[in-house]
Structure formats: C-alpha cells, structure tokens
Design a protein around this ligand. Structure first.
Ligand code: SF4
Ligand code: SF4
Length: 372
C-alpha cells in the first residue's frame, strides 16, 4: 500500500476533531458527509476535500482555528489535498508532476501555443495574404488553412477530453465511490448543484469570500466564467453547424448566432476571470493555500487572454491585423486545451464526481466502501 502523504494525515487529524465537535454541521455538504463516517480512509478524505467549495465558512466559525494549538484550517488543508488528488489521477501519470509547477507550466504552454500557431501560419502563408485585409466568406481560412485549424483543434481538445475522462475514472475507483454511477435521481441532483453552484451560496447567505462578512461575489463570478465559457462553446458549435450543414463560412455577421454567443461569452469570461483574480488578491490570506496561487492566477490569466483576444479579433477582423490576432487567439485556445487536464480546470470534473457521490450517499449508498 502506498504511503499516505502528510496532507492526508493532516486532513484526517482535522476531520477527527471536526467529527467530535460538529459545530459546522449545517455549513455545507462536507460536514453532513463527514458525520456519515466514524473513520476516514484516504478515499473518504479525498472525497470530502473535493466536495469542499472553499467557502471558508468553517474557518471563520471555528474556535480551534489558528492561533489555537489545534490549528484547524479546513479550507487550506482541503485545497492542498485537492491539488494532490489532481496530480495523483492525472493521465498519463508522469504528467501529474506538472501540478507542482502549475503556474510556470500554464505560462510556458500558452507562450508555446501562440508561437507554434504563429510560426505555422507564417510558414504556410504568403506574407501578402497574411498582412492584407481579408473580407467576405472564408476570410479566416485564407490566412490559416481550414485543415490546419480543424486538425489542431480536434487533436488538442480530443486529448484534453480523453485525459480528463481517464482521470475521472481513476478518481472514481480510488475513492471507492458507489457503483451504478449514473442513477437518474442523484445524477439530476448533482447536475443541478453543478449548474447553479448551490454550494457556493453558503446555504443562502453567501460565503466568506473576503473576510468574516458574507457575500455572493465568488458565486456570481464563477457563474460568469462558467456561463461565458459555455457560450463560447455554443459559438463554436453553431459555427460548426453553419459551416458543415449550411455551407456558411466564417467570419459571420455580427448579429449571427456564433458571433453573438462568442461576444457575450467573451465579455462574461473576462468579467469572471478578472473578478476572481481580484477576490484572490484582496481576500484574507490565512484560510487560503498560498502555494497553489501561482497556478490559479496563471489559469485565470489564460482564460482572460483567450476571451480578450477573441473580442480583439472581432474588432480587427476586416483589417490587416486579423491574421496575427487570429494566430494568437487560436494559439492560446489550443494551449488551454493541452494544459486543461493538468490545471485548476480539472476541479470541475472531480467536484462534479464528489457531488454525484454525495447525492448517492444521501440516498443510502454506503460511504464505508471507500478505498484506503
Ligand atoms: S471547523 Fe472547527 S467549529 Fe467547525 S466542526 Fe470543525 S472543529 Fe468544529
Ligand atoms: S471551506 Fe466551506 S465548503 Fe469547505 S468545508 Fe469549510 S464550510 Fe465547507
């Protein structure tokens, strides 16, 4: 059996104190799930850590928080354990090491992605076409060939989906989660929790986003980022339908569905990414895992840059700057896909699975099945 990490041992110590205290039972999904257990295997602790939404409510309520000698700081311990989870279940396994240097990796891959698409574009393209204004249907593909754009997109996005699916499978098994993963009622409950981000609402009054005061700021900013991301995905899907079903080639008119989805999605992503970075900067630092901050800021910066370059591309698409802006935007998007399985973005996958397991446990599935 693999040796437990110090973080797992620390999470167990804190959960055993919490399970005796139980003051925070009504705060979030973690504490009711905790009370279903008398002992905590590594699988249990991994599940509880991923169920935690980092609202910091328990830290501000806790009489045993630092400087008390018990040093209870669940948000920090669970954030560090979540990061270990991401590394442990990364596919392929050696890539898990990237989580230790997440900020550097995200920045380097973003730069490499932009450089690669720029170099490919310049190498394949007549400079006269690259730097001159392009108008009308198929203008983007006169600068970057359609086959190249599609090949890079399918390869990088397909890789990200496959790697995250493998990680999810490994996580589900390692946490000893109940069989019959997709029973209708718990799946529906978990889906509602994910879409509404109910657990970021602190039971209705909000979370301790900045200090001991309650606010909904983190929840709304997460909603903006998630909603913006989904709108941009809808823009890609509708653009694909326009191209392959109707034969309508981009760039499309401003009031077409792909451009409207992309524009509002980009605006929401910029608001969400910038707002969440601002909250991270001004929040009380004690219940925050500072050693993870580099990777989180790098991912927010990448999401902000993807949205900003997408909107800039819309602004300059009929000018000679379109070619370079298209290459920069696509380079960032492809880099994002490659780095996605090894970044903070995977928290959505594991938290979704933790919510699903929690919904099943509430209906009587045995938590004791956890793997050690
Ligand atoms: S966080 Fe503190 S107050 Fe809350 S249950 Fe744990 S020990 Fe008790
Ligand atoms: S930080 Fe919030 S979500 Fe996490 S265990 Fe504490 S109260 Fe629950």
């Amino acid at each position: 059996m693999a040796t437990e990490s110090e973080t797992v041992a620390e999470a167990r110590r804190q959960m055993e104190i919490c399970n005796a205290c139980r003051y925070c039972e009504g705060y979030c999904a973690v504490f009711p799930a905790m009370t279903m257990r008398r002992a905590f295997t590594e699988g249990d602790l991994t599940h509880l850590a991923n169920l935690c939404h980092g609202c910091k409510g328990c830290y501000h309520a806790c009489q045993y928080a630092p400087p008390h000698p018990f040093g209870i700081n669940i948000p920090v311990t669970f954030a560090e354990l979540r990061n270990e989870t991401y590394a442990q279940h990364a596919w392929p396994a050696p890539m898990g090491a990237l989580f230790a240097r997440n900020g550097t990796v995200v920045s380097l891959l973003a730069a490499l992605g932009v450089a690669l698409v720029l170099v490919l574009t310049v190498a394949l393209q007549d400079p006269a076409v690259l730097w001159s204004a392009q108008r009308g249907a198929g203008a983007f593909f006169r600068v970057i060939p359609h086959w190249l754009m599609i090949s890079l997109g399918v390869l990088t996005f397909g890789y990200a989906l496959f790697a995250m699916a493998m990680g999810a499978r490994s996580y589900w098994r390692a946490t000893g989660s109940p069989a019959g993963a997709f029973a209708p009622a718990p799946t529906a409950e978990a889906a509602v929790d994910i879409v509404t981000m109910r657990n970021l609402g602190g039971g209705g009054h909000g979370c301790n986003d900045l200090d001991e005061g309650f606010s909904m700021r983190r929840r709304w900013l997460h909603q903006a980022l998630f909603g913006g991301f989904m709108l941009c995905f809808a823009a890609t899907c509708t653009g694909t339908i326009y191209h392959y079903v109707f034969g309508w080639k981009s760039p499309h008119a401003f009031f077409s569905l792909p451009v409207q989805f992309g524009t509002w999605g980009g605006v929401l992503m910029m608001i969400g990414a910038a707002g969440l970075a601002h909250v991270k900067i001004i929040t009380d630092p004690v219940p925050v895992a500072r050693k993870l901050a580099g990777g989180e800021f790098a991912m927010l910066a990448l999401l902000f840059l993807i949205a900003a370059t997408g909107l800039l591309l819309l602004a300059v698409r009929h000018t000679g700057a379109m070619g370079v802006m298209l290459a920069i935007h696509l380079g960032l998007v492809f880099a994002f896909f490659v780095v996605m399985p090894y970044s903070k973005m995977v928290h959505g996958v594991y938290r979704g699975l933790a919510l699903l397991r929690n919904a099943k446990e509430k209906r009587g599935a045995a938590p004791a099945a956890s793997a050690a």
